[in-house]
Ligand binder design. Structure first.
Ligand code: URA
Length: 433
């Protein structure tokens, strides 16, 4: 007789209390929570309490496997056998200024490897690919599974939101985590990402695991733990998972904010490339192409560079946007622009990337409540990033505001400027397979 199947409403309470006390949840309890939360029988406030207890008391690997499994089973799984050719998926654990998917999908598709990508909205202070794409007027992220497959067969790539009934548990839990302070948890991140990736059907998955003050994962030890966990989950489902550990102690590239990041992605594909972003794109794209085509990374990188330089990747970007109904010529960016100057001369030694991400959320680029409406037009464009030399009164950053204002001090306090640069962290820490 399972206590948690009683009808009194105290079953979820027992599960919350168990996790609050640091105990291990059974497979049945995890299945119960996921099933009843998706059906609406467990309210948000109880689910938030359980998520918070998980954040504080963690989960064992076994619990995380069970959670991932319950989330996959909460909906349909994609059968990609209708797609001709190889398919590779990619996911980021989330960062500030992370527009890599917008650039990778067209590059990889133009190399002949299919991308059928299910992306997320913003999470905490980090931006989400779906919000970025929705800054493009008309862009439809809500395709049916059948239509998504048709698009991949037609153009080689599609980027959709959690389509229809695919991992509905993650769709609901993800939105709740975003606004309940329960984002930064290794088992919750691993199960969220891997449930989506496994349900989406690709056999090879490249994970861009961001590490640093602007990421959900703050240090290399946790990053290695999360990588190992996702690789183990992948093995259970016969998927090849490769994790690339990348630096998120500084914003990636120059722009932060939805439409601004789309613009930067477009400029990148057009040949105007930020060097940090370029290094990370080369690594992720060559891994995806090498897995998709079963060729060496060196051969894959050569092809990636060729598709960028001959603008085939740019044409593919236009094709993807057009096929999903978007009008890229109508990208709206606020014209209330302010230039923030450096108070000192010296090297930009550090950027408080988390704070900058939070500030972009505060001006409307992200959400605080589930039904908040995003302002796609706002954000920041950095003129200086970590390692750059700046003169007093030279521009540090351009701020694009709309309805909500910001103090200059809030922005400048994110930048630590020093006469000495010291050690500069690499863009890529390593690859774990
Ligand atoms: N991306 C996801 O899909 N889920 C997380 O929990 C974090 C990043």
């Amino acid at each position: 007789m399972f206590l948690f199947y009683n009808e009194n409403g105290d079953n979820m309470l027992n599960i919350i209390n168990k996790k609050r006390l640091g105990q291990i949840l059974t497979k049945e309890e995890i299945n119960y929570v996921v099933e009843k939360y998706v059906s609406g029988e467990i309210p948000d406030y109880q689910m938030s309490a359980l998520l918070m207890a998980i954040c504080i008391n963690d989960m064992t690997d076994e619990e995380t496997f069970n959670l991932t499994d319950a989330m996959i089973n909460s909906g349909e799984t994609l059968d990609l056998s209708g797609i001709q050719g190889s398919i590779v998926d990619k996911h980021s654990t989330g960062g500030v200024g992370d527009k890599t998917t917008l650039i990778l999908a067209p590059i990889v598709a133009s190399c002949g490897v299919n991308v059928c990508k299910m992306s997320g909205r913003g999470l905490g202070h980090t931006g989400g690919t779906i919000d970025k794409l929705e800054s493009i007027n008309g862009f439809n992220v809500n395709l049916s599974i059948e239509d998504a497959i048709k698009e991949v067969n037609k153009v080689g790539a599609v980027i959709v939101s959690q389509t229809g009934n695919l991992v509905p548990a993650d769709k609901k839990i993800y939105a709740l985590r975003d606004v309940s302070g329960t984002v930064e948890s290794i088992p919750l991140i691993a199960s969220s990402i891997m449930s989506k990736k496994i349900a989406s059907g690709a056999s090879s998955i490249v994970i861009d695991l961001k590490v640093g003050n602007g990421a959900l994962i703050k240090n290399l030890e946790d990053a290695k733990h999360l990588s190992d966990l996702m690789i183990k989950i992948g093995k259970k489902y016969n998927r090849k998972v490769v994790c690339v550990l990348t630096n998120m102690d500084k914003p990636l590239g120059t722009s932060i904010g939805n439409a601004l990041e789309v613009k930067e992605a477009l400029e990148f594909l057009n040949g105007n490339r930020n060097k940090d972003l370029e290094e990370i794109i080369y690594k992720l794209a060559s891994l995806m192409v090498s897995l998709g085509k079963n060729v060496s990374e060196e051969i894959a990188l050569k092809e990636v560079k060729e598709k960028l330089n001959n603008k085939e990747a740019l044409s593919k970007f236009y094709e993807i946007v057009k096929n999903q109904g978007g009008n890229i010529d109508d990208l709206k960016i606020s014209n209330r622009v302010f230039s923030i100057k450096s108070p000192y001369t010296g090297f930009v030694k550090e950027i408080d990337t988390l704070k900058l991400g939070e500030l972009s959320r505060s001006i409307g680029a992200g959400r605080y409540k589930k039904d908040d409406v995003i302002d796609y037009t706002v954000g920041f464009v950095l003129n200086k990033n970590v390692g750059d030399y700046v003169l007093k009164d030279e521009e540090l950053v351009k701020v694009y505001l709309n309805k909500i204002d910001l103090s200059i001090n809030d922005i400048t306090s994110c930048f630590k400027i020093d006469s000495e640069l010291g050690d500069v962290l690499p863009n890529i820490y390593g690859v774990i397979k």
